[in-house]
Design a protein around this ligand. Structure first.
Ligand SMILES: *Cc1c(COP(=O)(O)O)cnc(C)c1O
Length: 220
């Protein structure tokens, strides 16, 4: 199956209102462009440098979301390049994003990355600390909190992901109820190749798909 056919199939499968992101790590700009030409409107990048290379070719033909672990020394470049940062999990990194955005007169939409499975090695804010983090970040004027994102524990069986998606949906609703100024709980980003059919059933409105679009990765 070609990238084009894969994208078209996924777009047909996804319920209305669910946005498809192509998770582009390790793919060449030409491969990513193929996905965009087939109808992908959001590209997810894990590394700022890879994103710069792809952006040079693809530019504003798609929106660019950062989905990797953001290091402080990469924030200055990242805020210029990306339309959304999905992986904010600390006040410190939010402060840096806010500061760098202020310098260029930009307000960055961000999602909170939640470690919903409470996995020790994984990044993301713990579910019980999410409300406080959202409150703290909502005071920063060059950042706008627009939702939540999660990876969730990986598993062969997609049904294993469902309870984590349900927990995310509950947390998302709770954050919405807080009704914080400068916070708009609009996006719930969850579901990957193994689980993108299930995630929208539990409230996801952005799914992030790599393998199912581009094929197996040669390196992780
Ligand atoms: C790689 C990646 C994905 C997509 O993974 P696939 O299983 O290849 O679909 C989604 N989200 C993030 C944050 C990723 O790094």
């Amino acid at each position: 199956m070609s990238t084009k056919q894969n994208v078209q199939q996924i777009l047909n499968e996804l319920p209305e209102g669910v946005q498809l992101m192509a998770a582009a790590k390790t793919r060449t700009p030409a491969e990513i462009l193929e996905a965009v030409d087939a109808g992908v409107q959001i590209i997810g990048e894990n590394y700022v440098q890879e994103a710069e290379r792809a952006y040079a070719i693809i530019g504003n033909r798609a929106k660019w979301h950062f989905i990797g672990h953001l290091q402080r020394n990469k924030v200055k470049k990242a805020v210029r390049l990306f339309d959304m940062i999905e992986t904010v999990d600390s006040y410190e990194i939010a402060r840096e994003i806010d500061k760098r955005c202020a310098e260029i007169g930009k307000v960055m939409p961000v999602l909170m990355e939640v470690n919903i499975g409470k996995e020790p090695q994984k990044s993301g804010v713990l579910p019980e600390n999410t409300a406080q983090l959202v409150k703290d970040i909502s005071t920063l004027s060059n950042i706008k909190v627009m939702g939540l994102m999660t990876m969730g524990p990986l598993s062969e069986n997609p049904e294993d992901s469902r309870p984590y998606f349900v927990a995310m949906k509950k947390l998302f609703a709770k954050m919405k109820e807080l009704n914080l100024p400068n916070v708009e709980m609009k996006y719930l980003s969850m579901g990957m190749t193994s689980s993108y059919q299930i995630a929208p059933e539990e409230g996801a409105n952005i799914v992030r798909i790599g393998t199912r679009i581009f094929g197996e990765r040669k390196y992780p």
